[in-house]
Design a protein around this ligand. Structure first.
Ligand code: PGA
Length: 256
């Protein structure tokens, strides 16, 4: 896993945005997997400054709560429209976000896997990690080969969202999520982590064993995963100085 350590959440977002812009320059009809959570908000702010770049982009997302309509401000569908998609030029037929208000999550899971295959796979998947090590809503214990499917959330995950979302409308403990195996098939993964409260789980993800107890640790097996961390999130890493040195002295073809 490539590790990039930035001084602040702002610098982290700048770095992430420059990677997304590079990928868009390379492939204007990029298949882009989006993530929710507090960390990618600053990235989406930066992406909104170039609305013309998204006209051919195909959008997917990682997960969604069961039972929420797409218009519900607690849904991830709403979050991604509000923070990014509604602000950029896009073709509505290219927006493949999960819907929480369908009866049959399993059917939606299969359709999503089919659609990802039809568009040729995800080119760039934005990711975050939960304090319990989840990636998407793949809670600890999730198979590292899992596919898109309904998932039961841990009480800690629900409690986290209950604090950040509207306490008046309780969330269901069910969700739909891309599987770890689905995420691992993305050509490139970009994991964004900010804040000292994530330092311990970042250490486990990067330097611990690959284990379903920390589903995000599967990224150690990914051929092209980059984790962009701020200093606080990187503070528990044993080899922090080495990662910085590697990044600053990156091997370039033709370098003497
Ligand atoms: P957070 O969510 O950025 O709100 O902590 C990350 C996640 O749970 O994936």
């Amino acid at each position: 896993m490539e590790i990039i350590i930035e001084a602040s959440p702002e610098a982290l977002a700048d770095r992430a945005a420059s990677i997304v812009f590079e990928e868009l320059a390379r492939k204007p009809d990029l298949v882009l997997g989006l993530a929710t959570g507090s960390t990618p908000i600053r990235l989406y702010e930066r992406l909104r400054s170039r609305p013309e770049l998204f006209q051919a982009v195909r959008f997917f997302n990682l997960d969604e709560f069961y039972g929420l309509a797409s218009s519900d401000a607690q849904s991830f569908h709403w979050f991604l429209r509000h923070h990014l998609i509604d602000h950029v030029k896009h073709d509505p037929k290219n927006v493949h976000l999960f819907r929480g208000d369908v009866k049959d999550l399993e059917a939606q899971a299969e359709e999503t896997e089919d659609r990802i295959r039809e568009v040729g796979g995800i080119d760039l998947q934005i990711l975050g990690i939960g304090r319990n090590g989840h990636v998407g809503f793949n809670e600890p214990g999730s198979s590292l080969g899992s596919r898109t499917r309904p998932k039961t959330l841990e009480p800690e995950t629900l409690a986290h969202y209950a604090r950040t979302l509207d306490p008046q409308s309780p969330l269901s403990s069910f969700a739909i999520t891309m599987g770890v195996g689905t995420i691992m098939e993305a050509r490139r993964c970009l994991m964004l982590v900010s804040g000292a409260e994530k330092a311990d789980v970042v250490r486990r993800m990067v330097e611990g064993p690959v284990t379903s107890e920390v589903p995000a640790s599967a990224l150690q097996m990914h051929p092209r995963a980059t984790a962009i961390l701020d200093e606080a999130a990187a503070s528990g890493l044993k080899r922090r100085d080495y990662y910085k040195w590697v990044f600053e002295n990156k091997w370039r073809v033709g370098q003497k």
